[in-house]
Design a protein around this ligand. Structure first.
Ligand code: NAP
Length: 296
């Protein structure tokens, strides 16, 4: 069997186009453009790249983009005071605090300070709590796992009744991905660093989401024939033979797993583009919530 490719780039483009159309619709009806603010503490080069990408994408889709950069030695009180100020700013619909924060800061307290209505990353404990509860819906879902589910939906992978295995239990990917799959009536197993017989567990999966942060760890013999495999992992591997001096890969050994899986989302070109697209979608939703345009 050769797996069908889940084209994250093409699917993310559709999500972004819909977000841009929703923005245009709001503006045509006289509402303010949705606004996203990024908060960066310190000068981590990777974080600066991510924040820049998000700001450019906002502008491209017709949204307002604001940014705040605080010094790396900012105190907890200073960061939370800025978040509070942004909570009260009507031009700001979505607040994104770029993680990781410098080690001396309590990121949980900072995320908790964000108004749940502006929590476009979906990391506020209230939104995470609702995600974990039966019959409750969060205002926002974390973008990367939301992107995984969107990819599965888009290609018609049935989640209800499926055996799903999530490799990884982080707050930003693995755990919310598992909770989303439960909401979609899958039977979910969550694996982590203490899981025994990992390959055997993964082989039971009709849907396998790999968010483990280990280079090409998921091999061909870990995958049930016909399974849908979503690779969240992102790794930059130095390689002098490449023009850029490196190449990107994921948590899944793509070539060999493609021989057995039914569907596969590659890395790069799968979940990565979905994450930023879902963030844009969440920002539009935050503006719709603020203007009473959607029921929550
Ligand atoms: P993380 O916080 O490091 O979590 C990794 C998870 O994998 C943990 O639950 C850990 O278990 C588990 N794990 C680690 N080594 C393992 C092993 N040998 N066997 C079994 N389980 C193991 O990572 P993350 O933030 O969730 O990110 C995961 C990957 O996704 C990374 O490659 C990251 O770069 C990528 N990512 C991509 C996007 C995107 O937009 N495409 C977004 C976020 C993350 P314990 O809990 O027991 O430690």
């Amino acid at each position: 069997m050769t797996a069908k490719l889940i084209d994250g780039k093409a699917i993310a483009k559709k999500v972004r186009e819909q977000a841009a159309a929703d923005v245009a619709d709001m503006v045509a009806k006289g509402y303010a453009r949705p606004g996203l603010v990024t908060v960066l503490v310190g000068a981590d080069p990777a974080s600066e790249v991510y924040v820049g990408m998000k700001q450019r994408m906002c502008k491209k889709l017709g949204m307002e983009s604001f940014s705040h950069t605080l010094p790396a030695d900012s105190t907890q009180e200073e960061v939370e005071a800025l978040v509070q100020q942004l909570n009260e700013d009507p031009k700001v619909n979505g607040i994104l605090v770029q993680l990781p924060l410098p080690g001396h800061l309590d990121d949980e307290a900072v995320l908790k300070a964000i108004s749940p209505e502006k929590d476009i990353d979906g990391f506020h404990p209230l939104n995470m709590g609702r995600l974990a509860q039966k019959g409750r819906e969060p205002l926002f879902v974390p973008c990367t796992p939301d992107g995984c589910i969107y990819l599965l939906d888009e290609v018609g992978v049935k989640m209800e009744g499926a055996n799903a295995v999530v490799l990884g239990r982080s707050n930003i990917v693995g755990m919310p991905a598992a909770l989303l799959l439960v909401k979609r009536n899958a039977t979910v197993t969550i694996c982590h660093s203490r899981t025994k017989n990992l390959a055997d567990v993964c082989r039971q999966a009709d849907i396998l989401i790999a968010a483990v942060g280990r280079v090409e760890m998921v091999k061909k013999d870990w995958v049930k024939p016909g399974a849908a495999v979503i690779d969240v992992g992102t790794h930059r591997i130095d390689d002098d033979t490449k023009e850029k001096g490196y190449y990107l890969t994921g948590d899944v050994a793509f070539d060999e797993v493609s021989e057995v899986a039914g569907w596969i989302s590659p890395s790069p070109g799968g979940v990565g583009p979905m994450t930023i697209a879902m963030l844009m979608r969440n920002t539009v939703r935050a503006a719709q919530i603020a203007n009473g345009l959607v029921e929550v």
